[in-house]
Design a protein around this ligand. Structure first.
Ligand code: HEC
Length: 135
C-alpha cells in the first residue's frame, strides 16, 4: 500500500517536472548563472516603466496632494485656500516672490511645500491655482 503510494507520487512528480529543464543540464546551469536582473528582464522593465515619471500633475492635483495639508485650513499661519484677505498681501508681492517662497520655504512653510518630486512648473501651477482661488 505504502509502496504503491510512493510509486504513484513519484510518477506524478515526474510527470509534473517533465516539462521543466532537468536539473544539472547545461540549460538549467546556464539559467542559474544568469547575472541578477537579466533572468526576468521583462518584469524588471515593466517595473521601471511604471516608476518612470508620469505626466505632470495639474496645479489642482499638486494642491490637493501636498499643499492642502496646511493650506486647506490655514495650519500654522498658512494662508487658507480661497481666503481673499489672507492672500491679498501675498499676491501683491508678485508671482516671482511667491515662487521664491514656495521653492525655498518661508517661516513654517517648507521648501517646495513638501512636494520634493514636483517640478518648478508643477509648483508654479499649484501657486497659480491657489492665487486664482483667492482673487
Ligand atoms: C507644512 C505646511 C505647509 C505645506 C505642506 C505647504 N505650505 Fe505653503 N505655507 C505654509 C505656511 C505656514 C505659510 C505662511 C508662511 C509665512 O509667511 O510665515 C505658507 C505660505 C505659502 C505661500 C505664500 C508665500 C509668501 O511669500 O507669502 C505660498 C505661495 C505657498 N505657501 C505655496 C504652497 C504650495 C504651492 C504648497 C504645496 C506644493 C504649499 N504651500 C504647501 C505652510 C505650508
Amino acid at each position: 500500500m505504502r509502496l504503491r503510494f510512493i510509486a504513484i507520487a513519484s510518477t506524478l512528480l515526474f510527470a509534473l517536472s517533465a516539462n521543466a529543464v532537468p536539473p544539472g543540464s547545461d540549460d538549467e546551469i546556464d539559467a542559474r548563472l544568469q547575472p541578477y536582473g537579466t533572468v526576468n528582464r521583462a518584469a524588471v522593465e515593466e517595473v521601471m516603466v511604471a516608476a518612470a515619471p508620469a505626466a505632470p500633475l495639474s496645479g489642482a492635483e499638486v494642491y490637493d496632494t501636498y499643499c492642502a495639508t496646511c493650506h486647506a485650513m490655514g495650519i500654522g499661519g498658512a494662508p487658507a485656500f480661497a481666503d481673499t484677505s489672507a492672500w491679498a498681501p501675498r499676491i501683491s508681492k508678485g508671482m516671482d516672490a511667491l515662487m521664491a517662497s514656495t521653492l525655498n520655504g518661508i517661516n513654517a512653510m517648507p521648501a517646495k511645500g513638501l512636494c520634493m518630486s514636483c517640478s518648478d512648473d508643477e509648483l508654479n501651477d499649484a501657486v497659480t491655482y491657489m492665487v486664482d482661488a483667492a482673487q
